[in-house]
Design a protein around this ligand. Sequence first.
Ligand code: SF4
Length: 407
Amino acid sequence: MRYYYPDYFDSFKCIGGMECPDSCCHIWQITVDKKTLKKYNRVKGQLGSRMRKKIDKKTGNIEPHGEENRCEFLNDNNLCDIVLELGEDYLCHTCHTHPRHEEVYHNVRERSLAITCPIVCKELLLREEPVIIKLKEDNKKDMFDKYFDAPLYEQLLYIRNSMLNVVQDRQIDIFKRMVLILGMAHDIERRIIKRKSRKHNSFINKIIPFYPEFLLKEKEEIDKIVSAYSNVSVYSQITLHMIDEVASFTIKKLFTDMIFTLCTMEALKNTWIPYLQSIINIRSQMDDKEYESCQIEFSKQITSTQLEQLLFYFVYLYGCTATYDGFFLAKIKMAVTNTLIIRELWFMKWLEDNKTLSTDAKAEMAHWFVREVENSDENLEQWDSLMQRNSRFSLEILIKICSYLAR
Ligand code: SF4
């Protein structure tokens, strides 16, 4: 088994309790795994009967309560009653590992620390040096999986790692780096589609899927794309052919449309949609000239390193998930869009707080947005499909925004 993980993965320590600005034990549905559920069934006393009453026997779902959908076992001091009474060994798999996340591929695990945790998010934003992805191997093996497209995963791994090098190329403006990886993803996806059309459609392959290796010619094409988009000179070619000069009122509208789309998704925290609506109201009252001059002022206040850390995090997390559906461009659009939206949320917060913005405030906005999108399977699926189909997230629009911000 191969394990990939960012170099800061093992250093995380949960601070928990009242110290944590936004405990992870509320807002989302926590499901107890079967093994732990059996253990809970043997717990005696008051805690045991609470467990049997509040945890669904079939699904393992813990019934949340209160306005904030708090976990039943999270007490008023924001500490877990299960840990206090029985110790950490009694935590279910989700609670034991969170915010450690594992993307599962055949014989490969890609590990990350979810920035849905405000502490992880803040530590990432405070980090100056580029993140390194490490590799560890052992002799474990998964059972054979006939549905896993191994040749595609290995290609995507190579492409994603090359893309991460572009993301960390500090010689290039951060928004230009975004355009380069979008262009790379667009051209690569075409090669993935071309290879898919070579798949055998015979009767036997309908029962046993067949995933052909990439041809040498296809690998050479991919190499050429990767190396072309690793060079900043491509940026001017892309923007020259794709867009005219972009006005600030267009950018203001494009961002407002994106924020509006977020309002149509399931809200995990009941203050999320009212907050987004208040932002939309402020933006609608804002003069276009004022928006532009504030954007210029704001650009000088934030460092591209923080945007790079976010972009790196999202590209690493989403890139190879295209193994399962082939929609590689949508995954990279999602990474770029998330980073741009977080930046725009920071911009609005900076305006709201009289042009000040602390790292704590940045972490608060970033982790909140990511929690809303990633902690709901329904939202994550919808977000992915919006990237595939919705014109508000088209390649042209994303490039327009990036080229405006790169000026
Ligand atoms: S959000 Fe992070 S620091 Fe807070 S309780 Fe959860 S894992 Fe711990």
